[in-house]
Design a protein. Structure first.
Length: 184
């Protein structure tokens, strides 16, 4: 994944646990990259190893770590210069319906991006059905964290539950979520 993702992970861990903890995680992951380059593409194995090492070092549950990282990513992306992408829509429902278009625009800068795919359907004013597809495995708690973290951007509280999951080694994952929205 692009360096921006690994940088965000580093920043989240350093902010919560300090620089020394990050150094131990990096060492445990066998990662000798001191500073990630935001616009360079790294092997996915770098990101997965860092997550695995962080889980061991912090003694946390992998799903909890990935969920927290999803929430953090929304904050991080805005602070890293992508605030306009979020402000292009005036509602949660409108924003999530253009996620593929947004990643397609990002692809112009992140040439090697292998973006996820989203199909979002507004079922009721307070309910959105999400279908997430990716060739990457194991990121479903990250996705739930992203959809939860988007709530405050649009002044709502988003509660995310997984409703179905199809996983295949060849075609990747397809996960369905229901997002409930309430006024924040
Ligand atoms: C403008 C802000 C955003 C930027 C700059 C951004 C950029 C990226 C980048 C660079 C990756 C790594 C993929 C790769 O290197 O191949 C990624 C992955 C991903 N993004 Fe975005 N993204 C943004 C917002 C979002 C939002 C709002 C969501 C969903 C609510 C989202 C969902 C995901 C997911 C789930 C992945 C993991 C890849 C996978 O599942 O295969 N992103 N994004």
């Amino acid at each position: 994944m692009y360096g921006m993702v690994n940088q965000a992970m580093q920043k989240m861990v350093v902010g919560l646990h300090g620089e020394d903890t990050w150094l131990r995680i990096r060492e445990r992951a066998g990662c000798d990259i001191e500073a990630f380059v935001r616009m360079d593409a790294y092997s996915d194995s770098v990101t997965y190893s860092l997550v695995g090492a962080a889980v061991e070092e912090l003694g946390t549950d992998p799903a909890a770590l990935l969920h927290a990282f999803g929430v953090y990513w929304i904050f991080y992306a805005q602070s890293a210069g992508y605030r306009d992408f979020f402000q292009a829509c005036d509602s949660y429902q409108g924003f999530v319906q253009q996620l593929d278009a947004m990643h397609a625009r990002l692809q112009m800068a992140f040439r090697e991006l292998r973006a996820p795919q989203f199909a979002c359907t507004v079922e009721a004013p307070d309910a959105v059905r999400v279908i997430y597809r990716s060739h990457r495995h194991g990121l479903d708690p990250f996705v739930a964290g992203l959809f939860e973290g988007l709530g405050p951007v649009f002044n709502v509280r988003a509660t995310v539950s997984k409703t179905a999951e199809h996983v295949s080694q060849e075609s990747g994952v397809e996960i369905h979520y229901l997002v409930r929205l309430e006024a924040a």
